[in-house]
Ligand binder design. Structure first.
Ligand code: ZN
Ligand code: ZN
Length: 266
């Protein structure tokens, strides 16, 4: 069976990624409306009844805004760190009687036919995590919202068949953006902020050399990045390291306005 994955939406305004196979899967984050999530699943050809759980990376609204309403329909377990779940419960982001599963970093667990490995990410939230999800012998990692890329995360995700990695901003664009107050720029650039295009490019190049083939640039900033810019940065960095397109790697960019590439990896 193939690993099937698709970013239903991804960007600083909202995120929702499907990971599974042809029969069942999970959503990583629902930071979009329930309607958008359901319409997108339909467009991809996935029955919403096949969703077995919602995994949450952290409590920022671009990752959880649609969870409560969507889960009225899905009625599946919500899986997240204790810190994230505490925030969601205290702020009424979950309906009463929602089944929750609290996970701790570096402790993998099984859900149906999936093995899920959560790991810490450096971000200004309550115990934020990334996930590596093993499906039928393949694996997919989702790593967004991180101020830098620690070696430890590299160890957790290396060898994944496909990796969603944040390529949030171009540092020059961010610095020159007069609409952004200094404190916000500092937050984004901090070690608990977001990953810039160059850092993303360098880490993808490293991960490619360690065996991962498919990369999806994710969580692009609406105001401090452009799809072409992010793509070119990583693409040229890969080429400079002698990685060959199609043979060594495939690269795409996820966005907030439409469904991204649908991957079926055997
Ligand atoms: Zn965040
Ligand atoms: Zn985010």
């Amino acid at each position: 069976m193939a690993l099937v994955t698709c970013a239903l939406r991804s960007g600083s305004k909202g995120n929702c990624i499907y990971v599974g196979n042809e029969h069942e899967g999970v959503l990583v984050d629902v930071g979009i409306s329930a309607k958008c999530a359901l319409d997108s699943l339909k467009e991809v050809g996935i029955n919403y009844k096949n969703i077995k759980a919602i995994l949450i990376t952290h409590e920022h609204s671009d990752h959880i805004s649609g969870v409560r309403v969507l889960n009225k329909k899905l009625n599946v377990p919500i899986i997240a760190s204790k810190g994230t779940l505490d925030y969601m419960e205290n702020n009424k982001k979950l309906a009463d009687n929602t089944q929750i599963i609290s996970v701790s970093s570096e402790n993998s667990f099984y859900l149906n036919n999936f093995e899920i490995l959560p790991f810490d990410i450096p971000h200004d939230a309550n115990e934020p995590v990334g996930y590596r999800i093993y499906v039928d012998g393949q694996s997919c990692s989702v790593v967004t919202d991180l101020g830098f890329f620690p070696k430890k995360i590299q160890n957790f995700v290396e060898g994944s068949d496909i990796i969603y990695l944040e390529s949030n901003h171009d540092i020059d664009m961010l610095n020159k953006n007069s609409n952004y107050p200094e404190f916000l720029k500092k937050r984004i650039l901090s070690r608990k902020g977001h990953l810039d295009n160059s850092t993303c490019a360098n880490n993808i190049t490293k991960l490619c050399s360690l065996g991962t083939k498919h990369f999806v640039l994710s969580h692009l900033s609406e105001n401090n990045n452009a799809q072409d810019l992010a793509y070119q940065k990583t693409y040229t960095t890969l080429l400079a390291a002698n990685a060959e397109p199609d043979y060594d790697f495939s690269l795409s960019v996820a966005n907030y306005y439409s469904i991204s590439n649908i991957y079926r990896i055997k």
